[in-house]
Design a protein around this ligand. Structure first.
Ligand code: PEP
Ligand code: MG
Length: 575
């Protein structure tokens, strides 16, 4: 039995598919004149195979997304079979006496370089297609299997070293019924995404790719954090019962989903959902969300080849506004950088991406992106109760600047006679120690705070949130973090404003009583957690929870804090 870090709950049974992206190793040795024809033949064979593969993907895409989207792949085939490309590759093999793979790599690199230097945005964005085609050709020449996550035929449990958030977004969920990775932590964006896709997942196992072979039969139980390889019939029966038990609990909880989250003595907490797209907003309603506490708009920017236009963003925000029927929706401006990359933005390689060009820093340095996004949000605010939220704030200067930009855009829209919510609320995420420390000043400038405990924990404790090696140190209930959370809530209340939490701590069943006792106003989480959190809050006595918070805030170690919380939860029969 293997365990890791439960990333998204569920119990599934299935065959393992080992997804290993083998490194492409180009053979750079010179070839003899006799071998020139062999290399040319290799190129044609690989090109034929690549074209067949892309045809297949195109057909799948047509079924899944419609004809328009599938045309992207028609473009890929045209690029692949381009006569000019063919001629350049063959000439290079002949002239330089090099292998087909080396020639392809050279030509592809050259084309990318030329495209990157062009002014035309559309052509610039073709670099991704060229790279994609080049890699496919190379893999086919070198006999490296090409695995396409959106095009898996049999039902499988995916086993892989790591997954990027955009790979997770592209998975065909009808076929991939769960995934297990070597790397990753509970608050990495891949895990967050798995929860919103409701796909069972265990991450950070360290070595699952070494223990499991292709075709092994697996039980993936991320409710109890267990992975069983080739189980006995007795074990299968046992886990089938566990699955049924889990299903029944979920069913019961769902019956409570529409009840408000009010403590026994009448303190109401707003329960929101964290979403990344329109589909998530349908789920939010299904699980009883009272609002959207965090819309991670960066997912709108991912899985595509260019930036979404203002109009596209407007349509996306508007459709969610309409879906939520007047319920509050906090739209966070794009948080790209860190572990979320945009291939078409040519991000520089950074030694410390989480401390680097991320979130609001990218938006401020690309003012057009920020303007388009703010315009889109403001325009959509005519269709629902939208709020703007800025991520990764560290200073007053940033908020002065951002508010001025919002004001300018409002004036622009007024001149254009476009209607929008003139009183739209502006809030910030508190996810850096700096913002928590100066929360007293920041709250004078904004309408609300939402604490991003995922980042606040990593930045305060200097512990990478996605690194399983130090996951034991990633402890959001450390005295330092609780001190900051308490300070932020207190400062906002002094200013007669409110504070929520949209980090993963908001759905940590054991910690809810403490957060309620500290006076949190709103909790926003993956939709699947909403029923269980509401159920716990309805069993809490607020006055008693306040006493717990007072005691906990005096403690100096995680161990003592944990002890007090556990004792309270048990005594109050909360879990
Ligand atoms: C957080 O940091 O807690 C947060 C909610 O933002 P994200 O997880 O998207 O970084
Ligand atoms: Mg964050």
């Amino acid at each position: 039995m293997i365990s890791g870090i439960s990333a998204s709950p569920g119990i599934v049974f299935g065959t393992a598919l080992l997804f290993k992206e083998k490194k492409i190793k180009i053979n750079k040795t010179k070839i003899s004149s006799q071998n020139i024809q062999i290399e040319i033949k290799k190129f044609f064979k690989a090109r034929k195979k690549s074209a067949q593969q892309i045809h297949e993907i195109k057909n799948q895409a047509k079924k899944k997304f419609g004809k328009k989207k599938s045309l992207i792949f028609k473009g890929h085939i045209l690029l692949l079979e381009d006569e000019e490309l063919e001629k350049e590759i063959i000439d290079l093999i002949k002239k330089k006496k090099i292998t087909a793979d080396f020639a392809i790599e050279n030509i592809i690199q050259e084309q990318i370089k030329t495209l990157k230097n062009l002014k035309d945005e559309y052509l610039k964005n073709r670099t991704i297609d060229i790279r994609d085609i080049g890699n496919r050709l190379l893999k086919n020449i070198l006999h490296i299997p090409v695995v396409d996550l959106s095009n898996i035929k049999k039902k499988v449990i995916l086993i892989t070293k790591d997954l990027t958030p955009s790979q997770t977004a592209q998975m065909n969920l009808k076929k991939i019924i769960g995934f297990i990775t070597d790397l990753g932590g509970n608050t990495s964006h891949t895990s967050i995404m798995a929860r919103s896709l409701e796909i069972p997942a265990i991450v950070g196992t360290k070595n699952i790719t070494k223990k499991v072979k292709n075709g092994d039969f697996l039980i993936l139980d991320s409710v109890n954090n267990k992975i069983i390889i080739n189980p006995s019939e007795k074990k299968i029966q046992y886990f089938k019962k566990e699955k049924k038990k889990y299903f029944n609990i979920q069913k019961k909880l769902k019956l409570l989903k529409d009840l408000p989250a009010i403590t026994k003595d009448g303190k109401k907490i707003e329960i929101g959902s964290n979403i990344g797209n329109y589909k998530d907003s349908i789920n939010a309603k299904k699980y009883g969300a009272e609002s959207i506490g965090l819309y991670r708009t960066e997912f709108l920017f991912m899985g595509r080849n260019n930036l979404p236009s203002e109009e596209e963003q407007f349509q996306a925000y508007k459709s969610i506004a309409q879906k939520m029927h007047g319920k509050s929706i906090i739209i966070r401006t794009m948080d790209i950088g860190g572990d979320k990359n945009l291939s078409y933005m040519n991000f520089p390689k950074e030694d410390n991406p989480f401390l680097g060009w991320r979130a609001i820093r990218v938006s401020i340095d690309n003012i057009n992106i920020l303007h388009d996004q703010i315009r889109a949000i403001l325009r959509a605010s005519a269709f629902g109760k939208l709020k703007i939220m800025f991520p990764m704030i560290i200073s007053m200067e940033e908020i002065y600047y951002l508010k001025k930009e919002v004001e300018n855009i409002k004036n622009q829209l007024k001149k254009e006679n476009i209607i929008f919510d003139k009183k739209i609320n502006i809030g910030i995420m508190i996810e850096t120690p700096s913002s928590a420390i100066i929360s007293k000043y920041l709250i004078q400038e904004v309408d609300f705070f939402s604490i991003g405990t995922n980042d606040l924990t990593q930045y305060t404790l200097a512990v990478d949130r996605g690194n399983e090696i130090i996951s034991k140190l990633y402890q959001p209930i450390s005295p330092s973090i609780l001190y900051l959370i308490n300070k932020v809530i207190t400062e906002s209340h002094k200013a007669k404003k409110w504070t929520g939490i949209c980090g993963e701590l908001a759905s940590n069943t054991e910690i809810i009583a403490l957060l309620v006792g500290m006076g949190i106003d709103e909790l926003s989480m993956s939709s699947i957690s909403i029923p269980i959190i509401k159920n716990i809050i309805r069993k809490i006595n607020y006055k008693k929870a306040q006493k717990l918070a007072n005691k906990v805030l005096k403690e100096k170690t995680v161990e003592n804090i944990q002890y007090l919380i556990k004792k309270f939860n048990k005594k109050e029969n909360l879990l």
